[in-house]
Design a binder for this molecule. Structure first.
Ligand code: SF4
Length: 276
């Protein structure tokens, strides 16, 4: 019995020694690396056979989930919000909310103060004689069509002097600071989605709003400024602002055309020098 125990102990010791030899056997060169005194397995993609890897496809985001909605989709979602908005008194009397039109990926955005009589009736910004003149300026100086740019207003509903007589002419007025303040998030979101290279505020109200200035358009025009992009953390470029006269002002006073041409040429130079 004692002899059998001794034999078992000897066999066990031999087996242990055999295991130790296998444990200290080094792997092929390159499979171990030393990092700050710690030995870690190196990762060599060439030596990893994909068949041996666990299936992790279940935890990877699908292509569908990784896709950001398109600008068109984002703008449409915002438009639906505007169509049901009644945040300020202008929503009560409007015929149509005038959200904005144009290319959702535009490099150039025009911004007016608010819809007028024609816009309220048609649901589109800058229609009628002012809109036709804007189209002509765009085409002549910039070589662009209305469908190439994006056109919006600060407020999306028609500000009227007397809302009880919506069909009366000469009933348009600029939006009040309270109305502008209620509506400004929509315009800021449009800018955040489109991320244009350049914004052109048309007229004093739009220029003052975008530049946070109290100066009139005749002082502000003729120069380029920068839009405050601190609310757009994902943006990778600066957005220029070039204010100019409202087309309605040009119709009233053709002498302003010369300055307007200068401003729009400045816009062209900005677009031409931008690689986007
Ligand atoms: S003007 Fe703007 S804030 Fe006021 S009701 Fe229309 S969409 Fe809403």
């Amino acid at each position: 019995m004692n002899r059998e125990l001794q034999k078992l102990a000897r066999d066990f010791a031999l087996w242990i020694a055999d295991q130790d030899e296998n444990i200290v056997e080094l792997p092929p060169e390159g499979v171990l690396e030393k990092t700050e005194g710690r030995t870690i397995p190196s990762v060599n993609d060439d030596k990893i056979e994909s068949d041996n890897l666990p299936d992790t496809t279940f935890c990877q985001p699908s292509e569908e989930n990784m896709q950001r909605p398109s600008n068109k989709e984002l703008l449409e979602k915002l438009r639906q919000e505007v169509l049901s908005c009644r945040k300020c008194g202008l929503g009560q009397y409007r015929l149509n909310a005038v959200f904005g039109v144009g290319n959702p990926d535009a490099r150039l955005m025009f911004v007016g103060e608010g819809p007028g009589f024609q816009e309220d009736h048609q649901g589109e910004p800058f229609v009628g004689r002012s809109g036709q003149l804007l189209d002509k300026i765009m085409e002549t100086v910039l070589g662009l069509k209305r469908s190439d740019v994006y056109i919006a207003n600060i407020v999306k509903c028609h500000p009227m002097k007397n809302p009880e007589t919506p069909e009366a002419h000469s009933n348009d007025r600029p939006p009040s600071p309270m109305e502008t303040n209620e509506c400004k998030d929509y315009l800021e979101e449009q800018i955040r989605i489109i991320q244009p290279v350049c914004i052109v505020p048309l007229g004093s109200v739009a220029a003052k709003f975008l530049l946070k200035s109290t100066e009139g358009i005749s002082v502000l025009r003729g120069k380029e400024y920068e839009y405050d992009i601190s609310k757009i953390p994902e943006i990778r470029h600066r957005i220029k602002i070039v204010p100019t006269y409202h087309p309605a002002a040009l119709l009233r006073n053709p002498n302003l055309k010369r300055d307007t041409w200068y401003d729009i040429k400045l816009v062209k130079a900005i677009l031409d020098s931008d690689g986007r």
